[in-house]
Design a protein around this ligand. Sequence first.
Ligand SMILES: [Fe+2]
Ligand SMILES: [Fe+2]
Length: 161
Amino acid sequence: MNKEIEQELNKQLNRELYSAYLYLSMAAYFESINLKGFAHWLKVQAKEELGHAMKFFEFINNRNGKVVLETIERPKTDWSSPQEAFKDVYEHEQKITSYIHKLLELARQKNDYPTENFLAWFVAEQVEEEAQSYEIYQKLQVCEKSVGGLFNLDHHLGKRE
Ligand SMILES: [Fe+2]
Ligand SMILES: [Fe+2]
């Protein structure tokens, strides 16, 4: 596999691990303010991010590349409100999307069709992740002044499978 692509795939593996770390940290914040539904949703999301990291892990190995695990950045530990937290989720997902797109551009530049094909799944997944997080962020804006609305949303998010 092309060395530059191998390096970039490893960087993305690290970013997926960081995503899991960030959402787990956010889950801890929601636990601390007793919004257990939000915490549950974020714990499920953290597991999904670990799954994404493992897809990169397996793909790098399958291409006879070498996985190199780097330090995972320390995530933020506190947010001023649920709304602020989900603004961060949405913005983080947008950033991840742009990294996936850059990786795809690189794969195309190098005529690396397997990597291009591998990344197609992530392109679709990011559309989902942005839509999901934006929806929750918007709902939080609507129920900013309604405690009932917030608890309702918490209950709803607690049902995520
Ligand atoms: Fe991800
Ligand atoms: Fe994500």
